[in-house]
Ligand binder design. Sequence first.
Ligand SMILES: NC(=O)c1ccc[n+]([C@@H]2O[C@H](COP(=O)([O-])OP(=O)(O)OC[C@H]3O[C@@H](n4cnc5c(N)ncnc54)[C@H](OP(=O)(O)O)[C@@H]3O)[C@@H](O)[C@H]2O)c1
Length: 250
Amino acid sequence: MATNLLILGGTTEATALGAAVASAGLSGTVSFAGRVERPKRQPLPQRVGGFGGVEGLRTYLRDNDITHVVDATHPFAAQMSSNAVRACAAENVPLIALTRAPWRAQAGDNWTHVPDIADAVAALDRTAARVMLAVGRMHLDDFAPNPQHFYLLRLVDAPSTPPAFPEHHVLVSRGPFTAQDDLALMRDHRIDLVVSKNAGGTGAYAKVEAARALGLPVIMIDRPTIADRATAFSVDDVMAWLSHDENRGV
Ligand SMILES: NC(=O)c1ccc[n+]([C@@H]2O[C@H](COP(=O)([O-])OP(=O)(O)OC[C@H]3O[C@@H](n4cnc5c(N)ncnc54)[C@H](OP(=O)(O)O)[C@@H]3O)[C@@H](O)[C@H]2O)c1
């Protein structure tokens, strides 16, 4: 059967893979959750919206004769990733994750690791500070229990409702960002604490470098655990995997 790929997207890596797949003349679709108002234009056909859990994804795979799935979602999109593992196993469709290695603290970093958003919120139960909160739009309201802080929010889209804390400043920007710009931004807003997901990759790393340069503490939210699956760290590795008939991890 001719290759017909489903790319679970929402990341720079997914867009890069779509370009490689299109230029190789393979057929495929990039799927978005629909969280962002204007997703980046893709070189492949795209679809938007949830599949309806594991069962919905199974139906989609069958109805669309999908031969391979690449999970190129963000490392924190744990629900989608775990659904993909289960649906692909049930439908016997080869699956590979295209992901990024997590960031590791280096000399000069002052990180407190927390396992999830709830623990990041708990870590902010302290005297008022000026916080750069880089956790995305979906989780802002989780921080309502700590309204004493000023929050600098950088988001792809403006929040649809005002955040549940009074002191904040919203910057709408998609990135990628430079360490120099983030350093200036943190200075301008007199930031004294950064909250970040351990996204990995380069696009969001600038704030970590800027925090290091300024000697600021970072509350680093570790990645969720996702069930075992084949994993690639580059578009080339996924293309090599696709060029083999058998399901082979990289
Ligand atoms: N989490 C982050 O920090 C983050 C950052 C940047 C980009 N993103 C992107 O934003 C999207 C949503 O992230 P999330 O953390 O909300 O995910 P999630 O919690 O893992 O997913 C929740 C539900 O959203 C739907 N969904 C997620 N990704 C999808 C995709 N690519 N195509 C179709 N449906 C999708 C699925 O609905 P059904 O169960 O109905 O299929 C899934 O069960 C992901 O595609 C991710 O790559 C996330």
